[in-house]
Design a protein around this ligand. Structure first.
Ligand code: ATP
Ligand code: MG
Length: 408
């Protein structure tokens, strides 16, 4: 019979890839917890409308990339393509705004997008993301960028911080008009998608990856020249904060992001090595209101875990492995030794194989153990263990009563 294969775009993670993946997750979680973010565990499935309404009907995600399916009663559900919409839905549903003056949440887990699979682009991928609700001060935008910057620094990944402001309800319409007029004038050079985008969602054209479109928008009007006073002040204060925090950044006037809900600050961390975006985020001051809540300013970001994992050179080292090898009739004693070693914080495995010392040591080596803990009949009698360093060959005896204090 033919073997089963995993579905295209859906991957298993094994061995070192898993270690790198977890190194990223744990680093992100640690940094977020140090900034007092609380975890929210969200469902993978929402009503499709949650995403259509928030991400925007005219975006690639909603138009082409969502896994949408009817349930048995015909309601349209979707596998989540991103995390923010679900957090906002939960923020409103649980009246979180009433519990605290402001709210800081993070989430993690798989996201699903029906994209063309390629390196760093999968149909199931993972994000860790964070959101702050209730503060419009650019201090929070700066905190979110600072968190992203620290994550990359801890992971020793070289990135450029790109920022932009995409304005607000006051100033964006004027810009949109100017941009649409410009795009009309270069329409001949645009790809088919962008011909459609220029009327429905012209800012999206700035984000198109087709080389011809990238060239065509080089001379496009810049949002920076259209910002209203409030947006300009927000932008200036944000860059002041970043400067005083010592975070290097470049202002990219064409940075717009692939989701409709952003206002003012948008940012991306771009890997120099691979030329891809690994962390992205921004402010979305109207989204809570657009999803049925009270007007609430908000800002957040999402980390692409696989993309960062690709760039991790050295995953966090696992603890050394102690392999306990019972010889002869010593299994019960060996089990006790295993538990004592684990209680003292060690990573321990009991050999499931039977056999003499040579065979057992061979097994320990094949399982890449760092230490062999030899438990023979002598050790049982003397109430001790023999610990052999498998890298140096050095062997010492340790009394059971000293197991917690001994340097093994
Ligand atoms: P891109 O422009 O690369 O398509 P995006 O703008 O769609 O990215 P976001 O929706 O902002 O990405 O998601 C935030 C991060 O999640 C991205 O910066 C990236 O690291 C990661 N990401 C997005 N889509 C995928 C995917 N299909 N596979 C793997 N990682 C992804
Ligand atoms: Mg995308």
């Amino acid at each position: 019979m033919e073997e089963f294969r995993s579905v295209r775009g859906f991957h298993d993670l094994l061995g070192e890839d898993t270690e790198k993946f977890n190194t990223v997750r744990q680093t992100v979680r640690r940094v977020l917890e140090s900034h007092n973010f609380e975890e929210i565990i969200l469902p993978v499935v929402e009503y499709a409308e949650v995403f259509q309404r928030s991400i925007g009907e005219a975006t690639d995600i909603v138009q082409k990339e969502m896994f949408v399916f009817p349930d048995k009663k015909g309601r349209l559900l979707a596998l989540r393509p991103e995390g923010t919409a679900g957090v906002v839905r939960a923020f409103i549903q649980h009246r979180l705004f009433a519990l605290r003056p402001y709210t800081k949440l993070f989430y993690e887990g798989p996201m699903f997008r029906y994209e063309r699979p390629q390196a760093g682009r999968y149909r199931q991928f993972h994000q860790v993301g964070a959101e702050v609700f209730g503060i419009s001060d650019p201090l929070v935008d700066a905190e979110i960028i600072n968190i992203s910057y620290k994550i990359l620094k801890e992971l020793k990944i070289d990135c450029t911080v790109e920022i932009n402001s995409i304005g607000c309800r006051v100033c964006r319409p004027d810009y949109r008009k100017a941009l649409t007029e410009y795009l009309e004038s270069v329409a001949g050079a645009l790809c088919e998608d962008c011909i459609d985008r220029k009327d429905r969602n012209p800012l999206r054209v700035l984000d198109c990856k087709v080389p011809a479109c990238k060239t065509a928008v080089k001379e496009a009007p810049r949002i920076g020249d259209f910002l209203c006073e409030e947006c300009e002040k927000h932008r200036r204060e944000l860059t002041d904060y970043l400067n005083s925090m010592g975070i290097p950044y470049v202002e990219n006037p064409n940075l717009v992001r692939g989701l409709d809900y952003y206002t003012r600050t948008v940012f991306e961390m771009v890997s120099q090595e691979l030329g891809i975006t690994v962390i992205a985020g921004g402010r979305y001051d109207y989204l809570v209101e657009e999803m049925g809540g009270a007007p609430t300013p908000a800002v957040g970001f999402a980390v692409g875990v696989e993309r960062l994992a690709m760039l991790v050179k050295e995953p966090v080292q696992k603890k050394p492995l102690y392999m306990v090898l019972p010889m002869g009739d010593t299994l019960h004693y060996a089990l006790r030794v295993c538990e004592l070693l684990r209680e003292s914080g060690k990573r321990v495995e009991l050999s499931y194989r039977k056999g003499g010392l040579k065979k057992q040591l061979e097994l320990a080596n094949r399982l890449r153990a760092d230490y062999a803990v030899i438990v023979g009949e002598d050790e049982v009698k003397e109430e001790n263990i023999s610990v052999k360093n498998l890298h140096t060959g050095e062997q010492i005896k340790v009394s059971l009563k000293d197991i917690f204090s001994a340097v093994l």
